[in-house]
Design a protein around this ligand. Structure first.
Ligand code: M1P
Length: 246
């Protein structure tokens, strides 16, 4: 198999690392070996700082040739910034505030086991909405994750937003454990493909949230990628060994 024009693109949470946790030493070593044989990139919904924390710091992060934070709205090639988009200039302040005001009102009406702080995190290319609050502890994060499985807090919230803003041109995606991402339609993970599609004949994408509503769904199903659904970092490793014959 020729590997010159082949690229491997990885989701972060649940694919290279456990959700919002750091990459294991074993997986880190394995990925170092993979990067020696084929061009690799990362694409995450999180911002650069969070992805770096999970991958072992900025130096470790930029050992990936391509780093696509916030779905590629913030994009790096060989450690150099190649793209930065911002949601406020795309949406306009008025629409943005209507959306934020509605979301804050909606959250003020729900009762959860606990609520902490930072319910809306404003990033470059997306807005992250978090009913429990992003400043919750790991224990509170896990607790919300379980509560949400039973009570579908995020799913119902997204339904309410879709009903309130039917023509907003916004997309909603559940990528992690406690929050969901909001961005203009098309600004999902497929956004990053524009930076690599011409340079590679084959782009393998590995992700865990590949079902409809998950933030890997669009890129996993995109005609420009060969999608690999994984269930954990160990599964990613097993599938890579098979693909690359390592
Ligand atoms: O990368 C997946 C998601 O990771 C975080 O999700 P949560 O905090 O809900 O576990 C967030 O950074 C989210 O934006 C991102 O899509």
């Amino acid at each position: 198999m020729t590997r010159n024009r082949m690229m491997l693109l990885f989701d972060v949470d649940g694919t290279l690392t456990p959700s919002r946790k750091t990459i294991s030493d074993d997986m880190y070593q394995f990925m170092t070996q993979v990067k020696e044989t084929v061009t690799c990139g990362l694409v995450g919904g999180s911002d650069l700082k969070k992805i770096a924390e999970q991958i072992g710091g900025m130096d470790a992060l930029f050992k990936f040739q391509y780093v696509f934070a916030e779905n590629g709205l913030v994009a790096y090639e060989s450690g150099n910034l190649i793209n930065k988009e911002c949601i406020q200039s795309h949406m306009g302040e008025e629409k943005l505030q209507k959306f934020i005001n509605f979301s804050l009102r909606y959250m003020s009406d729900i009762t959860l086991p606990v609520k902490r702080g930072t319910f809306i995190e404003f990033r470059n290319g997306l807005i992250n909405v978090c009913p429990v609050g992003r400043s919750c502890s790991q224990e509170e994060r896990d607790q919300f994750g379980e509560y949400d499985k039973e009570h579908r807090i995020r799913e119902k919230f997204i339904q309410a937003l879709e009903a309130e803003f039917p023509d907003s041109g916004l997309a909603f995606s559940i990528g992690g454990q406690i929050s969901f991402d909001v961005f203009p339609k098309g600004w999902d993970k497929t956004y990053c493909l524009r930076f690599v599609e011409k340079d590679f004949d084959t782009i393998h994408f590995f992700g865990d949230k590949t079902d409809k509503g998950g933030n890997d769904y669009e890129i996993y199903n995109d005609h420009r990628t060969i999608g690999h659904k994984v269930t954990s970092p160990d599964d990613t490793k097993a599938q890579l060994k098979e693909l690359l014959g390592l």
